[in-house]
Design a protein around this ligand. Structure first.
Ligand SMILES: Nc1ncnc2c1ncn2[C@@H]1O[C@H](COP(=O)(O)OP(=O)(O)OP(=O)(O)O)[C@@H](O)[C@H]1O
Length: 335
């Protein structure tokens, strides 16, 4: 019992720490699926936020992907209203027809819905229930994908999406603690069937890989993987600051100076290219290491190859001693 109560306290402390950092505006919104992580987060937030003078609402997204999904959303909304959340929103989304696989499509639809609701209420922030275990899984996946430092940094504690602040207060809380907290608070958590469906990569990592990792490397491996994300994120932040300054030194009237870029260390140069592409409207998460390598080759290994197409729709070409950007049709690429 003491261990269970400790889990409730630990989650409240994590939420309090997060909420004392935000600049209050409208309500804080908890994104709650009804799963143990976000249910424990919601229970802690509805306890902590009023004590800090913050209004607290809840959003649950109905992806419409499983039988009974509307009932699940309604049950979450009913509970939320009963325990004092206001506003409480059920956001129904359509996942079909989006590209990038079912997991990515559901995620994209969910974040779109969450930011739309947040904007409508002028919310201070949206709180997400990702835990230390989710972070460890993300790091392992990034490592296996060869994602580089940006991927190894895992999920940020804080980020802005379409003008909405997204916060993850539970990144240092273990999944076993959210389950224990739900048990002590007598909250029945919804078990997402996708979480154990081997068709989903994340479910296989969670169900098959992580138990082996902890069995072979010890239970501390989860914490260590999550710590890796924190450390890499700190290094990334420092390198991004250096790259932002370097970007200004290599700008020309029409684009970027190749000789300026050649003079930069590779880690800074690729970040400069990344930051510039972001300015050009390329969605940073969609800019793969393949794109960045192709852009870098325009600088360091140019044999007259044509422009590189960016995921956002623009193109980057080498023109003499410069990299220049253009929308389709291709910018000219004289040798
Ligand atoms: N249907 C949903 N409605 C609202 N928020 C959601 C929904 N699904 C996920 N989220 C938010 O995204 C977070 C991560 O969800 P994900 O499904 O990736 O992980 P999870 O560990 O299964 O989380 P949970 O136990 O809360 O379902 C959740 O904790 C929650 O904050």
């Amino acid at each position: 019992m003491a261990r269970l109560a400790a889990s409730v306290a630990a989650i409240r402390v994590a939420v309090r720490r997060t909420l004392t950092r935000v600049r209050p505006n409208g309500p804080v919104l908890v994104a709650c699926s009804g799963g143990a992580d976000s249910l424990a987060l919601a229970a802690a937030t509805v306890f902590v936020a009023p004590r800090l003078g913050l209004p607290v609402g809840l959003v649950t997204v109905d992806h419409g992907l499983q039988a009974g999904s509307a009932q699940r959303a309604a049950a979450v909304a009913k509970w939320a209203t009963e325990v004092g959340f206001a506003p409480v929103e059920v956001a129904a989304v359509t996942v079909d027809g989006r590209s990038g696989g079912p997991e990515a499509a559901a995620r994209e639809a969910r974040y779109q819905a969450l930011t739309e609701v947040a904007r409508r209420y002028g919310a201070t922030a949206v709180l997400l229930g990702h835990t230390r275990d989710d972070q460890a899984e993300t790091v392992l996946l990034a490592l296996a994908r060869g994602a580089g430092p940006r991927g190894l940094a895992g999920m940020p504690v804080e980020r802005e999406l379409d003008g909405t602040l997204l916060l993850r207060p539970l990144l240092e809380v273990g999944r076993e603690q959210t389950r224990a907290a739900c048990a002590v608070l007598d909250l029945t958590a919804w078990e997402d069937p996708h979480n154990s469906d081997p068709a989903y990569t994340r479910a296989r990592v969670r169900g098959d890989l992580m138990p082996v990792v902890t069995q072979v490397l010890g239970a501390g491996a989860v914490d260590n993987l999550a710590r890796t994300a924190r450390l890499v994120a700190e290094d990334n932040a420092a390198l991004d600051v250096i790259a932002a300054a370097a970007l200004d030194t290599v700008r020309t009237d029409d684009g970027l100076s190749v000789s300026g870029l050649v003079g930069l260390l590779p880690a800074i140069r690729t970040r400069v290219l990344h930051a510039w592409c972001r300015e050009l409207g390329a969605f940073p998460a969609a800019l793969s290491s393949r794109h960045v390598a192709a852009l870098d080759a325009l600088v360091t290994d140019w044999h007259g190859q044509g422009p590189v197409a960016l995921p956002g729709g623009g193109r980057v070409a080498r023109r003499g001693g410069e990299l220049v950007a253009g929308a389709r049709p291709d910018p000219t690429t004289p040798r």
